[in-house]
Ligand binder design. Structure first.
Ligand code: NAD
Length: 490
């Protein structure tokens, strides 16, 4: 790579960006970080290897890196993806541990696994241009980058979401600036710095992936407003989805879910129970796709509850459920119409069954992965996206009632639903009624993300904005190039 040309190019871009931001470039302005010789870090302002305190500087650096990536072509994108996937797999143990120590939610084995499987996120091979050929010549439609993307990541899977986003976004030719969850920022910063150091060694690009080291809601707003950011991609709960959709900028939003499960009499109950436990216990039920409540036909409910026990889950009695419910939710009087509103106690989110058991007054067996209890359909554990390894099970009189209650529990998030049935008309009815982005039949929820079912992986499932399981195409602009009356070869 010609570093003189690139250095000038970087200077020009930084000047242009600073001018746009109303900061007139000075003749003696410090040189921008050059591809092979990064500028020493200036405390409090300039980032290095993607770590920034100032949103506008991060966006300017990301823009410069985007242009360098463009210059080096698709081969450079392939290289970045190879680096990022290899590093997330090689560092899975230590990074998984680091994320768990920082966030204190989830399970170490699954934190590690979530980093190891990132190889399954698709890369540049996902972008097939479309060619049209006819009497009036030829036309090519290509998937091209936006430039700089502003992204938000959740506390539930910080490095996995960040890494999956990098693969999809860079495959499409973009750079990205992350505003990570404040409760999972240290691990995000660590991974971003390590990725950029490796990318810089191989390609001479220093800030392709930027991260805010002090993320705030105001920082997100500044990111959304920055003129270099052409697209937002947010993964999180209702608050950030509302903020992104109200920002006035195009946003790909991966929002909350509360996935219901329906079980009927046509399936092997032991097999269904094992799959339900597998999905609901994963990372202590932090997955947005994870099974959050079960509706089961009344006549098989007792047998299904026993099957859950055989599958390794532990049952709570009525009084134990009551104690846990009091510990897990706070109900505060609402402001409108006197309605009470429940909020989930963050101290119990993603905690081990043993911790929930203690709150319920139960000493759980050491290997227990999941707690469950029989509840009514309007119980808080059914209604709220609780993100705890405690699964409420509700008896229903008919499949129709089960579908109606599942629809109510899903709250129109249109995220994920699961059925265990061999009756295709019931599958069709539930799929149509719930209208979810993922609909899994006869498997654990993660089968919807290629883990035991066909398909590819992403930790960002765009629900309210409709892009679905995100992939490199999600982060592209489709551009058409037309040659009139020529180049058609027959
Ligand atoms: P969260 O909503 O608390 O935080 C997500 C991110 O949004 C964080 O970075 C946070 O700082 C930021 N944020 C929150 N409110 C904001 C606001 N008003 N303005 C700007 N930024 C704001 O989520 P969490 O607890 O980390 O993650 C769990 C939630 O995310 C669950 O609801 C889960 O279903 C959802 N989730 C969805 C997907 C998906 O692919 N659809 C994936 C993972 C998590």
């Amino acid at each position: 790579m010609n570093s003189a040309i690139n250095e000038n190019l970087v200077r020009e871009i930084v000047k242009e960006v600073l001018a746009k931001m109303g900061r007139a470039p000075q003749a003696e302005a410090p040189p921008a970080p050059t591809p092979r010789a990064p500028a020493p870090r200036e405390k409090g302002s300039r980032g290095r290897f993607g770590v920034f305190e100032d949103v506008d500087l991060a966006c300017a650096a990301a823009k410069a890196s985007f242009l360098l990536l463009r210059e080096q072509g698709v081969a450079a994108r392939v290289k970045v993806i190879e680096i990022v996937k290899r590093m997330s797999s090689e560092n899975a143990e230590s990074w998984g541990r680091m994320e768990l120590e920082e966030t204190q939610i989830g399970r170490l084995d699954h934190k590690i696994e979530k980093l190891k499987i990132l190889a399954q996120v698709p890369g540049v091979e996902f972008l097939h241009p479309t060619g049209l050929s006819g009497d009036h010549g030829i036309t090519l439609e290509e998937y091209t980058p936006f430039g700089v993307i502003g992204a938000v990541t959740p506390s539930t899977h910080s490095i996995p979401t960040l890494t999956g986003n990098i693969v999809s976004m860079v495959a499409a030719g973009n750079a990205v600036v992350f505003n990570p969850h404040p409760a999972a920022v240290r691990c995000a910063v660590h991974a971003v710095r390590a990725y950029n150091q490796a990318i810089h060694r191989e390609l001479g690009i220093e800030n392709l992936v930027c991260v805010m080291e002090n993320p705030t809601v105001e920082g997100f707003q500044a990111l959304a407003k920055n003129p270099e950011v052409s697209l937002l991609a947010v993964t999180g709960g209702p608050g950030v989805v509302r903020a992104a959709m109200g920002s006035g900028k195009r946003a790909v939003c991966a929002g909350p879910g509360n996935p219901p499960v329906l079980v009927d009499e046509t399936v092997d109950l032991d097999s269904a129970a094992r799959k339900v436990v597998q999905g609901a216990a994963y990372d202590n039920n932090l997955l947005c796709i994870g099974e959050k409540e079960v509706f089961v036909l009344a006549e098989l409910a007792d047998r299904f509850l026993s099957a859950l026990e055989r599958a390794g889950a532990e049952r709570l009695s009525g009084p134990q459920l009551e104690r846990l419910t009091r510990a897990a939710f706070s109900v505060t009087p609402g402001t409108g119409g006197g309605c009470a509103h429940a909020s989930v106690n963050r101290d119990l989110i993603g905690k081990d069954p043993a911790v929930l058991g203690r709150a319920a007054g139960l000493e759980v067996r050491p290997k227990t992965q999941l707690l469950f209890a029989e509840t009514e359909a309007d119980h808080l554990f059914v209604e709220e996206e609780q993100m705890m390894p405690m699964l409420p099970v509700v008896r229903v009189r008919s499949v129709e009632e089960g579908i109606a209650l599942a629809q109510k529990a899903e709250h129109g998030y249109r995220h994920t639903a699961i059925i265990h049935s061999h009756d295709v008309s019931r599958m069709t009815a539930m799929a149509r009624a719930l209208d979810t982005t993922l609909f899994v039949k006869n498997g654990p929820s993660m089968a919807g993300l290629g883990q035991g079912g066909e398909g590819y992986l992403s930790y960002t499932i765009a629900t309210p904005t409709g892009e679905g399981v995100t992939n490199p195409r999600t982060f592209t602009r489709v551009r058409r190039c037309v040659m009139v009356d020529n180049l058609r070869i027959y």
